[in-house]
Each structure stands twice: as C-alpha cells, then as structure tokens.
Design a protein. Structure first.
Length: 128
C-alpha cells in the first residue's frame, strides 16, 4: 500500500519539531489545535503512529509515564525529571555494544536497549 504524505502528517511532525521536547501525543495535540482547530486528537495519534512506522519519529516509552515522541531518531539516552516528568536528551556517547556486558542468567536474547536516567531537572531544582 502506498502512503500519501498528508498535510496533517506534516503538521504533526512540524509541531513536534517546534516543541523541541519529548512531547506526549496530548501535548502535540494541544499545541497543534491552537493554530488548526479542526484537527482531531485521533488524527494526531494516527499520524504519530505513521511517523514512527516510517522512521521519521521515535516513540520513547517512559516507565511510569506517558509515551513520548522524539524527532531525533539517532540512538541516544534520556533523563526524566522525577518532579515535572519532562524528558531530556543526555549528552553522552551511545554505547552500541553494551549488550556484551550483560550477564544473562535467564536465557534472554537481548536485541536493543533504551536507557532513561532519573533525576531533578534544573527548572525544578530552581523552583522547589
């Protein structure tokens, strides 16, 4: 099946890129609806899924929180603030061969990893 590049898909990607954050689907929808009041929440969700399938966006599953969407598709690590829940990129080299350091005692075949560090962001530290 050939997929068309739709205006709505481009708007979802553009909005995610403008937010410069690891936004949730609802945050993307809330930002998008301000300028495009006729777009539906379902349209945003469907187009995020499509962008993930094409590799233009990566979905980041955050334990204990909503899935986040990232327009930076290269492998990298993240930090999640324990107070506000925002997610940030971590400035460190990606360790591609980290799997070789795992002591496997369960017969598990490791395929990939996605590490999320936890802490308190600068803004939350500044505003206790």
């Amino acid at each position: 099946m050939i997929r068309r590049n739709t205006i709505q898909c481009a708007l979802v990607f553009e909005t995610l890129s403008k937010l410069k954050s690891h936004a949730t689907a609802d945050e993307i929808y809330d930002a998008l609806i301000k300028e495009h009041p006729n777009i539906s929440r379902g349209t945003v969700y469907r187009n995020l899924q499509r962008l993930c399938e094409t590799g233009d966006v990566r979905k980041r599953e955050i334990p204990g929180g909503a899935d986040r969407f990232d327009h930076v598709c290269s492998n990298h690590y993240h930090a999640s603030c324990l107070k506000c829940g925002r997610v940030f990129d971590v400035d460190m080299d990606y360790i591609a061969d980290i799997n070789k350091y795992i002591k496997d005692t369960h017969g598990f075949e490791f395929a990939e990893h996605d590490i999320v560090f936890k802490g308190i962001c600068l803004e939350c530290k500044s505003n206790p």
